[in-house]
Design a protein around this ligand. Sequence first.
Ligand code: HEC
Length: 165
Amino acid sequence: MRRWFQTSLVVAALVTLTALTAACGEPEPVALPSAERSDAADGPRTGSQIFASTCAACHGAAGEGTENWMIRDEDGRLPPPPLNGEGHTWHHSDGVLYGIVSEGGLGLGFGSNMPGFKEELSRDEIIAVIEYVKTWWEGKEIDGVAITEHQAEFSTADPYPQTEN
Ligand code: HEC
């Protein structure tokens, strides 16, 4: 019950935020709120706070992504996909997910509107936000196996990097 209540609070806050930041169908350079990083009086930011400030504008408040996320735009680029377990994000190991968030799509060598966040987020923050994304995968299954289990298996061979890179 308590968990449910906390989740609804977070969801309510995120929904408001998305409404404010509007849809990201036409990706434009997003003003990334790096100022919030120095605002660390209350300790490190949680994955949920990082997601809300840094990722939700494109991926949606609850990681729901863009409706037609599989359809490329006129530049051949894909819109922000869902990260909530409805797409294929869980096919990626922790190492790959880290690379995507750190380097961005272009950094990894594919034409993409996914920015890289290595200048803005520390290793711990990147891991925190990915772990937060994974909480949306709980309870979702493919062929009777939890997607979190599949993903954990991929990650044993390719975990998060040991050090900041
Ligand atoms: C400017 C919009 C934008 C922002 C901000 C953004 N993303 Fe993305 N993201 C994208 C797009 C577009 C893609 C699809 C890239 C592609 O496949 O070409 C993507 C892809 C991804 C993927 C790969 C998903 C998959 O299923 O393969 C992950 C993981 C991801 N983003 C996480 C994040 C996280 C975490 C943040 C915040 C730290 C973030 N993104 C911020 C636009 C954005």
